[in-house]
Write a protein that binds this ligand. Structure first.
Ligand SMILES: Nc1ncnc2c1ncn2[C@@H]1O[C@H](COP(=O)(O)OP(=O)(O)OP(=O)(O)O)[C@@H](O)[C@H]1O
Ligand SMILES: [Mg+2]
Length: 386
């Protein structure tokens, strides 16, 4: 099959490697040359993926069987047309289009499907935000409708934060929409990603839940399995099944939930492998999340997903700007037992940019906290030099 991959970061790279192993053809696309997934693909294209005409041009040129989005910032409205042309958009045009804008997915989850979410409002001006804050109460979280990785996101604790939050959200907004969501702050005890695999002719399967810790809008460590009660897990699985079914198509979804004293809250979802799911690269499962996504897309039956080991991932971040990043400390990581790593091969770095990941696994009886600590320690041994 010919697969057009839209977005060529580290998650795309692992997906391409999985696809290469079973003989698929990949054209990797991004806005800059030498992106991680391009380094392992058959061919590449450099375009602005928010430009519908540029997208049309490369789709017409390559005539792919599948279009696999790896990021949100794509002119996803065009996807409906590609579906009509007989191309399979993964997991579906609707899933990609609804999740690029927080409003579409949140209204679907909350209003249409009745899933429990934080109380929320939308605002297109600072005055509307003021009203929204009154409605949901403080503290509350403001996010641009179009953004990811925590960009433009802030927490309002007092009245005087409102205007700051509005301006920050407008600055961090992607695309042509200037609108924000304001939602009640959920005092969660933990948050999880539930990797959910929707198959074409077989039942939907769930991976063991993944716990994670967020800082500055990006995950720092993730671990599998996360501690969760059976009741909360069934509730999360039920919600994940409902929302993925409503979005349609086949593939792996990363469904995000908050676990609070008063139950499970649906937060958001990625209709594709999730960054916190990189923990599966530690060999925690019979198939990692990229292999599962690929199999589901190609309608290759997945009989079961088994948890083989417990594991953790910890990110390796850059601290400086560079156009030629190099790495020290790799030998130290390599010398550690039950430890592995990835360096993504990104051509440039800037402070806090994710450049690699440390991966640790252990037997199923091992306390998960120990494994997380080892992964953090391993990641801290690597320095990204400019
Ligand atoms: N209502 C909320 N209450 C408490 N914490 C929140 C709330 N909304 C978001 N957060 C925190 O901020 C993080 C990022 O939020 P969210 O996932 O909505 O944004 P994002 O920019 O789409 O992130 P990403 O693209 O990295 O998944 C969450 O994982 C959670 O830790
Ligand atoms: Mg998120």
């Amino acid at each position: 099959m010919k697969i057009l991959l839209l977005g060529s970061g580290e998650l795309g790279k692992e997906f391409v490697i999985a696809a290469q192993r079973i003989g698929q053809t990949i054209i990797a696309v991004d806005s800059y040359e030498n992106a991680p997934a391009m380094q392992v693909a058959h061919a590449f294209e450099v375009i602005n993926m928010l430009d519908g005409e540029a997208l049309d041009r490369i789709v017409a040129k390559h005539q792919p069987d599948f279009i696999v989005p790896e990021i949100e910032a794509i002119r996803t409205e065009r996807f409906y047309d590609y579906e009509k042309q007989g191309i399979t958009v993964v997991p579906s045009a609707k899933a990609a289009n609804f999740t690029m804008n927080r409003k579409a997915i949140r209204d679907l989850a909350s209003k249409e499907l009745g899933l429990k979410t934080a109380n929320y409002r939308y605002a297109t001006t600072a005055e509307e935000l003021q009203k929204g804050v009154e409605a949901v109460g403080m503290p509350c979280v403001v996010k641009p409708l179009m953004s990811s990785s925590g960009k433009g996101q802030s927490t309002i604790k007092t009245e005087s934060d409102i205007e700051k939050a509005w301006n920050y959200a407008v600055e961090g907004s992607r695309g042509d929409v200037v609108e924000v969501i304001v939602e009640a702050f959920v005092k969660f005890n933990s948050e999880i990603t539930l990797l959910t695999v929707v198959q074409n002719n077989n039942p939907t399967l769930f991976c063991a839940p993944i716990g994670h810790r967020q800082e500055r809008g990006d995950y720092q460590e993730s671990w599998q399995p996360a501690r969760i009660s059976d009741k909360d897990l069934y509730e999360a699985q039920d919600m994940a099944e409902k929302v993925t079914e409503a979005l349609g198509g086949a593939g792996l979804f990363g469904v995000e939930f908050f676990l609070a004293d008063d139950g499970v809250y649906f937060s958001e979802l990625s209709p594709r492998p999730h960054d916190t799911g990189m923990v599966t690269l530690a060999g925690t499962q019979n198939f990692n999340e990229f292999e599962l996504h690929l199999r589901a897309i190609l309608s290759l039956p997945i009989f079961e997903i088994t948890l083989e080991k417990v594991g953790a991932s910890a990110v390796i971040l850059a601290s400086e700007n560079s156009t030629n990043p190099t790495y020290t400390g790799i030998e130290k990581v390599a010398s550690l037992p039950k430890t592995d790593f990835r360096i993504f091969g990104k051509p440039t770095s800037r402070p806090y940019k994710r450049m690699g990941v440390a991966l640790v696994n252990d037997t199923l009886e091992t306390p998960i906290e120990e494994v997380v600590e080892k992964a953090k320690k391993a990641a801290s041994l690597v320095t990204v030099n400019s």
